[in-house]
Design a protein around this ligand. Structure first.
Ligand code: DOR
Ligand code: ZN
Length: 338
């Protein structure tokens, strides 16, 4: 094995479930999954059972996250009625963005009312991005608002061909819009739900082959800037229930899936670092992590799940797949942690 050395990766979109849903994951297990996957900096989402929509909740999370073994930032949340909290958190060094949920998913932070959405865009007067979970029509609204209020907008987990087209168009006039894609939307077609049932259910849902092709094209032509995992663990019991919750874990497989894409000729080797380090760092203004790097051999295959998982949920939708470049060593500020 001949190891290469690359920067510690950045995932700007994870759900580590603490506080409130630590049966699924917590800051310790989730950060172990991050390190196993080569991520040394991750940003946690606000859709906890008690959402992160006040300064007090944010401070509580910062405290709880001290048990993490990697570096962690946070996205603040909004239900459209906490605008007065924005001033208190927007310059907080732990906060990297504001998340708006325009679609139903895990948690109680949905905003559908156009007036509320507008209040949020008007109120978040900051260079830190507004992140939107917006599918279809809602994406048009978000792009319009970003233009009207001159806000920095990051479109999370785009999954449909039409969304790639909307972002591609928007980028022609708007300097400050970026987009991310999740590995599961790049690798699974919607029929996977027939076989994998609850384990293939997430928001946004899986798309068609046309959608998948458009996502790879978007990555290659610069429409899509980053790969984000949307690491969203749920227990097996929940996933096998009548009404499975949305979401799949992704921290331990994202890098291997990107090296598989290199191996399969879908992207170039230098793109891996661009999508998982350089672009996320730039978009979210992430501080330099000194002496922080990982080591791996991108030509050596391995099987997902062969040595178990670090995530508390203990499963992966990619189980059994052959990926490339398992992380062998991780150094955080010069200290070897894997
Ligand atoms: O599938 C998803 N799961 N999508 C989301 O946006 C939220 C996430 C979760 O928290 O479970
Ligand atoms: Zn998410």
């Amino acid at each position: 094995m001949s190891l290469i050395k690359i920067p510690g990766l950045i995932d700007v979109h994870v759900h580590l479930r603490e506080p409130g849903a630590t049966l699924k994951e917590d800051f310790y297990t989730g950060s172990r999954a991050a390190i196993a996957g080569g991520f040394t900096f991750i940003i946690d989402m606000p859709n906890n059972p008690t959402p992160t929509i006040t300064l007090e909740r944010l401070e509580e999370k910062v405290e709880l996250a001290k048990k993490a073994i990697c570096d962690i930032g946070f996205h603040f949340g909004t239900n459209g009625k906490n605008i007065e909290e924005f001033e208190k958190v927007k310059n907080n060094p732990h906060v990297f963005g504001l998340k708006i949920y325009c679609n139903h998913t895990t948690g109680e932070m949905l905003i559908e009312d156009l007036e509320l959405i507008e209040k949020v865009f008007a109120g978040w007067d900051s260079n830190k991005p507004i992140l939107v979970h917006a599918e279809g029509e809602q994406l048009k609204t978000a792009l319009m608002m970003a233009e009207k209020y001159n806000r920095v907008l990051h479109v999370c987990h785009i999954s449909q061909k039409s969304e790639v087209e909307l972002v591609r168009e928007a980028k022609k006039n708007l300097q400050k819009v970026t987009a991310g894609v999740c590995p599961h939307h790049l690798y699974f077609i919607k029929d996977a739900v027939l076989k994998m049932k609850g384990y293939a259910m997430m928001k946004p849902p899986l798309g068609s082959q046309q959608d998948i092709d458009a996502l790879w094209t978007g990555l290659n032509d610069g429409t899509i800037d980053i790969v984000e995992t949307d690491h969203a663990p749920h227990t097996r019991e929940e996933k096998e229930s009548e009404k499975p919750p949305f979401g799949v874990p992704g921290l331990e497989t994202a890098l291997g899936l990107m090296y598989k894409a290199v191996y399969d000729g879908k992207i170039q080797e230098e793109d891996v670092i661009k999508f998982l380090y350089t672009n996320p760092k730039k978009i979210f203004n992430i501080p330099e992590q000194v002496d922080t790097y990982i080591e791996l051999d991108p030509t050596v295959p391995y099987i997902v799940g062969e040595n178990g998982y670090e995530t508390k949920c203990g499963w992966s939708p990619f189980e059994g797949m052959e990926l490339y470049g398992k992380v062998q060593k991780v150094f955080l500020r010069g200290k070897e942690i894997l």
